[in-house]
Design a protein around this ligand. Structure first.
Ligand code: 13P
Ligand code: SF4
Length: 340
């Protein structure tokens, strides 16, 4: 369910209009001037509070344009954000993304304040598996290492040998030098990894509620309707979608493809905001549907970011006994190379 829209009721003054004009230019293709009058007072106050608190705002590619292009200091995929969290010298990290991303940032920065503007911003993959499920899988496959997608809780990471993201999954699996791994919890990402390696993959039946909705038939239809379209797909999509795509990769890898190849028409088979953010950066490229919205990513809004910086809440806390074990799996991942 998408969260109810919030009231944006801070006054839009001449001073705010002047001080934020350069920021509006970054989003003027996707944000109307009437919308900007609502957003700008929040953007201005967030910018001021960031300086006061020595805070850094990290935003995933699925965040809406006014967050992604106007208040974020660093944007990227899960791997980029984890690495940014590991290397920041800010005192406060505001994660504009979902819960597992904020937890990963906290694991890598136990002494810093990590804020997630809405704690209910979850993830269907993270909810698909528990620590107990991982222990049961280990018992069923003795001696087989566990590679865990970063889209999981800290408790699940704590039961794992190493984490990965969609950007380094194949490299992480192969780095273990073993014939078989347990790969959790995304069944479709696991199938994609299995298609790229000789390592045998044992998987789990988790799915992303956004990417599982795409179908191969949709892609076939898209190609019939738009000659010459280039189709880029996220590896959380079902196998028939990936089989019909021109390129499969993480959100940052899709962005890299667009930057490098500059296709005239492209479909990003992923969350809708990704294409919205690229429209601003590549106005000459035609971005076509389909796309699906992530209701969890949508929970992060400018008023919630401002409230988080004002109150220093909601703060991410992780049980130290879990965090100490989960951190090892995440730190191992940050050493692996990027493969997509
Ligand atoms: P990326 O790491 O590719 O950005 O994916 C994260 C995610 O949640 C995709 O649904
Ligand atoms: Fe989770 Fe899917 Fe949303 Fe990504 S898009 S946060 S995997 S539910």
């Amino acid at each position: 369910m998408i969260a109810a829209p919030e009231r944006l009721d801070l006054p839009y003054t001449d001073d705010i209009a002047r001080s934020t004009r350069h920021l509006y230019e970054r989003v003027s293709r996707t944000v109307t001037s009437a919308e900007w009058e609502l957003y700008a007072p929040y953007v201005a106050r967030i910018e001021a509070l960031k300086r006061e608190r020595n805070a850094v705002v990290l935003a995933h590619h699925y965040q809406s344009a006014e967050i992604y292009r106007c208040v974020a200091d660093i944007v990227g995929d899960s791997l980029t954000l984890a690495k940014a969290a590991a290397s920041t010298d800010a005192d406060v990290i505001v994660m504009c993304g979902v819960h597992f991303m904020a937890e990963t940032a906290k694991l890598l920065n136990p002494s810093k304040t990590v804020l997630l503007p809405d704690l209910a911003a979850g993830c269907s993959l993270a909810e698909s598996i528990t620590a107990e499920d991982v222990r049961a899988l280990r018992a069923a496959h003795p001696g087989v290492p566990v590679v865990t997608y970063v889209n999981t809780s800290a408790a699940v990471k704590a039961e794992s040998d190493v984490c990965c993201t969609s950007a380094n999954a194949v490299a992480v699996v192969e780095s273990l030098g073993v014939p078989k791994v347990i790969f959790l919890p995304d069944q479709y990402l696991a199938a994609f990894v299995a298609s790229k390696t000789n390592v045998e993959i044992v998987t789990w039946q988790g799915h992303c509620e956004v990417h599982e909705r795409f179908t191969g038939a949709e892609i076939v239809e898209l190609r019939e309707m738009h000659a010459g379209i280039v189709v880029l797909a996220h590896p959380e999509c079902p196998p028939d979608v990936l089989a019909n795509a021109d390129f499969v990769g993480s959100t940052t890898a899709m962005l890299g493809y667009v930057k490098e190849h500059r296709p005239a028409r492209v479909a990003m088979i992923t969350e809708c905001s990704m294409a919205g953010n690229l429209v601003e950066a590549f106005p000459e490229i035609e971005f076509l549907q389909p796309c699906n919205l992530c209701p969890h990513m949508r929970r992060i809004t400018l008023p919630k970011i401002l409230r988080a910086l004002e109150t220093m809440e909601p703060e991410i806390q992780i049980d130290p006994a879990i965090a100490d074990r989960a951190r090892i799996a995440v730190e191992r991942m940050t050493l692996a190379r990027r493969d997509t």
